[in-house]
Design a protein around this ligand. Structure first.
Ligand code: MG
Length: 164
């Protein structure tokens, strides 16, 4: 398996089959923030993200936000969703992924990394030995270098269709 290919691909966190994650032995989720659960354009947590966070808890799956960002909003969102947090993560470097797993008390084989970017979330999650789940970004607004990477992501994912 290539390190830039996700194990699973969905249109949104709301479409992720949590029962099947549990069946695969997943007990903890390393969850990206920007454009995965928080749109970059509005900065408001959408209902789908709130329901997803609640549903993770109902499935007995822990959650740790792992964000390269460090602004005040990051910790505010973690508080609102009642999740653990690793900010200034420097994804795709593995340190934050390992720290998140330590906080949750999970092993790589029990952990899924969920995010909207191949070269931070999927690459880092694969290098850390976790399951990787790619979702489509919540908004088209992105940092300039991210918009450039989106062109490459589109090629990497050209043969993939979302599971849901
Ligand atoms: Mg993101």
């Amino acid at each position: 398996m290539s390190v830039v290919r996700p194990d699973r691909y969905y249109t949104s966190v709301g479409a992720i089959d949590l029962d099947s994650l549990r069946e695969a032995g997943i007990r903890g989720v390393l969850l990206d923030l920007d454009n995965t659960i928080l749109p970059r354009d509005t900065g408001e947590i959408p209902q789908v993200a709130r329901i997803f966070a609640k549903s993770l808890g109902e499935h007995g799956i822990q959650v740790c936000l792992v964000s390269n960002n460090w602004h005040h909003r990051v910790s505010a969102v973690a508080d609102e969703l009642g999740s653990l947090l690793v900010s200034k993560a420097l994804k795709p470097l593995p340190f934050a992924f390992r720290r998140g797993m330590r906080l949750m008390g999970t092993l790589p084989g029990e952990t899924a990394t969920i995010g909207d970017q191949i070269f931070t979330d999927v690459l880092g999650g694969n290098l850390a030995g976790t399951m990787t789940v790619l979702v489509d970004p919540l908004s088209r607004t992105d940092l300039p270098h991210t918009l450039l990477l989106r062109l490459i992501e589109a090629r990497v994912m050209a043969d993939r269709v979302p599971l849901a």
